[in-house]
Every structure is written in C-alpha cells, then in structure tokens.
Write a protein that binds this ligand. Sequence first.
Ligand code: ADP
Length: 245
Amino acid sequence: PTVRGAKVVVRDMVKHFKTPRGLFKAVNGASVAMEPGTITALLGPSGSGKTTLLRLIAGLEQPNSGRVYFDGEDITEYGVQDRDLGFVFQGYALFKHMTVAQNITFGPRMRKMGLDLDAKVDELLTLTELDGLGGRYPPQLSGGQKQRVAVARALACNPRLMLLDEPFGALDPLVRKSLRNGLREIVKRVGVTTIIVTHDQEEAWDLADHVVIFNKGAIEQEGSPEEVSRAPVSPFVMNFVADVC
Ligand code: ADP
C-alpha cells in the first residue's frame, strides 16, 4: 500500500440551511465511524442528506454542530486542502485540454508535493489499468476510461480519504459492474479509506464493506450489506432485497 487510510469518525453532525420556508435540516444528527481502508456507501433517496454529509466530511461545508475526526484528531475546523482528501466528482470533471498524465499530476503540481511525477503517473496508470494512455486527452477516452482517470487523479496526492459522489452515474450497467470490481481492487491495494454517495442500491451492495442508509437527514440503519439485507428497516432497502433475492 502507498498510503495509510484514516479512521474517519463523524459525531452528531448537524447542518441546517436557511430557506424561504424556514430552516431546512439537511443533516440532523448523524454519527458514523469508518475503518481505515474500507469502503462505506452512503445510500438513500434523493434529498436525504448524503451529499451534504459528504461535503461536511470534506470541509466544503461547515456544520452547525458536530465533529469530524481523522485518526482521532479533530479536523472539524480544517480547510478542505488540509484534510488529505481525494475527490471523484459527479461527471468526473476532468480537464479536457490536459492529457491524462497532466490530469493525474494536477494535484501534486498545485501542491508542490515534490513527488517523482513520472513515477507517480506510471504507478497510477497501472493501478487503474490505463497503461499507455497517459498522452491521450479526455475526449479521446471511453466513459469507463474517464472514470478511471478520475480515480487515478483522486489518488495522486496519497489521500487518507477518497470521496466519490455518484461515481458511475452516466455509464451503462456492464461498464459500471466492471468499474465497481476495479474500484474495490484499487481500494484494497492502496488502503485508502473510501466513501461513496449513491442512490443505487446494487452499487452499494456490490462495493461497500459498510452501508449507511439515510432518510430525511438521519441515519436510519447501518451495517454490512449482509446485516442490512437480513433485517432491513427501510422500505427503500426492502424493495431492493425483494428484487435481488
Ligand atoms: P442527497 O445527496 O441525499 O440527494 P443532499 O444532501 O444533496 O441530498 O440534499 C439534502 C437536502 O438539502 C436537499 O433537499 C437539498 O435541497 C438541501 N440542500 C442542500 N444544499 C443546500 C443549500 N446550500 N441550501 C439549501 N438547501 C440545500
């Protein structure tokens, strides 16, 4: 492994937004613990607060109350750039006019990390099965390849935590399946703690060691996919279990 994933603990997180109709409780008292090197899926219907919790963990939003800990250190007041994060954004947000290699090294170059950039690119291209594609531009890649570039870029600064927001959205089911297997393999090899926001239950079950189910800003249930399937609390999950069994 090239990094050590953090143990990430979120305690009593609350985020309210002011709206014309009063305060909206997007996240209303969420506590969750994520073990180093594991994949946690935040699952739930649209509008249930998943992305808001992800943004709170990332430091892109400040909570009204609650704390975030990395390896026991309280990082709630740290800015996003001081949290050792890697992001895979919805739609990937690759730089179109940069090559794959330049996309991957963008973070380390901005942060002047003093890495051997060529070696880093080679390592990450191999890890994401993109060998030989470092000189291509994103518009020349398939959807699945772009997704893997986004993962490689997210890992370039050796993050302790990787955050993915609906990472397979626009791709067809077969490609998604193969990317999920690839992502599991990558996380296992690198050892980075990983959080995925998804409303796709099959994706959560396939990928995650730990599933956290949101409803209306609160955690309704959590556990391994097996535990949650055995005794689903949420009708949202029950429909899915009925579907796949
Ligand atoms: P999910 O990711 O589960 O779809 P979100 O966390 O994106 O849910 O959103 C939860 C709720 O919080 C939504 O109803 C959304 O409209 C609201 N919300 C999110 N961000 C803001 C904001 N900056 N201002 C006001 N409301 C917001």
